[in-house]
Ligand binder design. Structure first.
Ligand code: SAM
Ligand code: ZN
Length: 293
C-alpha cells in the first residue's frame, strides 16, 4: 500500500472525529473531502495544509510571534522539560476530575503544541483513549506543532470563536494564554473541566530582574485573572506550582528567544545574559480547575 502523505494522515485523523467540527462561517456540520479539505453542507471549504494542519480562521491574522519563538518554546518545553512538574499536575487533575475513558481534549492557545502532546501521552500510557485538538491564532505555532506531533489535530483558529460544536470537549486547557469564558462554556461538555495556568509574580523572575531591574515591568500580579476565572466558572481547585530549573547554555538561548520579556531589549544586554554557562530559573504558576456554573 502506498504511504499516506502528511496531509492525508492528518485528514484521516480529522475524519475520525469530524463530528466535533462546525463550519466557522455558517455553523453547519462538516465532513472530510478526498483527504484534502474539510467542507460543510453549504460547501464552505477549508484546505488541509501539506504540513498537516487545518486553517479555520475566516480572517487571516498576523501575530507578533514568529517561527523561531515557537521552535524555542518547543525546545525548552518539549526537550528540556521546563514545564514537566506543571504537566504532571495537569495530568493528575484530569485523572481526578474526569471519569470518562475516552476523552476529547482541546488546548486553546496551544503554541508549539508540546504541552498537549505530553498530556496526551501521559493519559494514553494510563490506558485512556484521547482525541486531542490544539488551536492557536498564530500559524507559526501550529506549523511547529503539526511538524512534531502528528497524533493530534492542529488548527489555526481563534479561541474566541472556535470552529467546534456545542459541548464537544471533556477538557479544555488554557495555558499561559488568553481566555474567552463564554466560548469555553459553549464547547465544554456539561460535566467537562477547564484547566487554566496563570503565571504568578515569581514566574521567570531571574529574567525580569536581569533585564528590568526595578522598573515596573518587573511587577506582576495575577489577581484580576483569577478573580475573573472565579466569576465565570465554578472553581473546583486552585494550586500553586513553584520550582526552579537549571538551564544550560542552549536552553538559556531558547528561553531568551521564547519570551516577549526580552523584546525591545538592547543587544548587548541580551549577549550578557547569553554568556552565562548555566542559569537557575523560577517557574511559578497557579493552576485553576473550573467546571460550568
Ligand atoms: C504565551 S503563549 C502560550 C503558548 C502555550 N500555551 C505555552 O504555554 O507554551 C500564548 C499563546 O496564545 C495564542 N493566542 C493569543 N490570542 C489567541 C486567540 N484569540 N486565539 C487563539 N490563540 C491565541 C498566541 O498565539 C500564543 O501562542
Ligand atoms: Zn458553512
Amino acid at each position: 500500500m502506498e504511504k499516506l502523505s502528511k496531509r492525508e494522515q492528518s485528514a484521516t485523523l480529522v475524519e475520525s472525529y469530524v463530528n466535533i467540527f462546525q463550519c466557522p462561517i455558517c455553523g453547519s456540520s462538516m465532513y472530510v473531502a478526498e483527504l484534502k479539505s474539510i467542507k460543510c453542507s453549504k460547501n464552505h471549504s477549508f484546505d488541509l495544509a501539506r504540513q498537516g494542519y487545518l486553517n479555520l480562521l475566516i480572517t487571516p491574522t498576523k501575530t507578533k510571534y514568529d517561527k523561531q519563538l515557537f521552535e524555542s518554546r518547543k525546545y525548552l518545553m518539549g526537550e528540556h522539560s521546563f514545564f514537566e512538574p506543571v504537566i504532571s499536575k495537569i495530568y493528575e487533575f484530569i485523572e481526578t476530575y474526569t471519569n470518562q475513558n475516552k476523552l476529547t481534549i482541546l488546548d486553546t492557545g496551544s503554541g508549539d503544541g508540546s504541552h498537549l502532546a505530553k498530556i496526551r501521552k501521559l493519559l494514553v500510557d494510563a490506558g485512556k483513549d484521547v482525541n486531542g485538538v490544539g488551536i492557536d491564532i498564530a500559524k507559526e505555532g501550529i506549523l511547529v506543532a503539526a511538524k512534531y506531533y502528528p497524533k493530534l489535530v492542529w488548527c489555526v483558529a481563534d479561541l474566541a470563536n472556535t470552529p467546534f460544536r456545542d459541548k464537544s470537549f471533556h477538557v479544555i486547557l488554557n495555558i499561559l494564554s488568553p481566555s474567552n469564558y463564554q466560548e469555553f462554556n459553549r464547547i465544554l461538555h456539561d460535566d467537562g473541566i477547564l484547566i487554566k495556568v496563570v503565571p504568578r509574580s515569581d514566574y521567570l523572575k531571574e529574567v525580569r530582574t536581569f533585564f528590568y531591574n526595578d522598573s515596573e515591568k518587573q511587577l506582576y500580579s495575577n489577581d484580576d485573572i483569577i478573580r475573573h476565572f472565579k466569576e465565570r466558572t465554578q472553581l473546583l481547585h486552585q494550586e500553586t506550582v513553584k520550582y526552579m530549573v537549571t538551564l544550560n547554555k542552549d536552553a538559556i538561548k531558547a528561553l531568551v528567544m521564547m519570551t516577549p520579556l526580552t523584546w525591545g531589549i538592547d543587544e548587548n544586554k541580551i549577549d550578557q545574559f547569553l554568556r552565562k554557562g548555566s542559569a537557575k530559573i523560577t517557574v511559578d504558576v497557579d493552576i485553576l480547575i473550573g467546571s460550568k456554573v
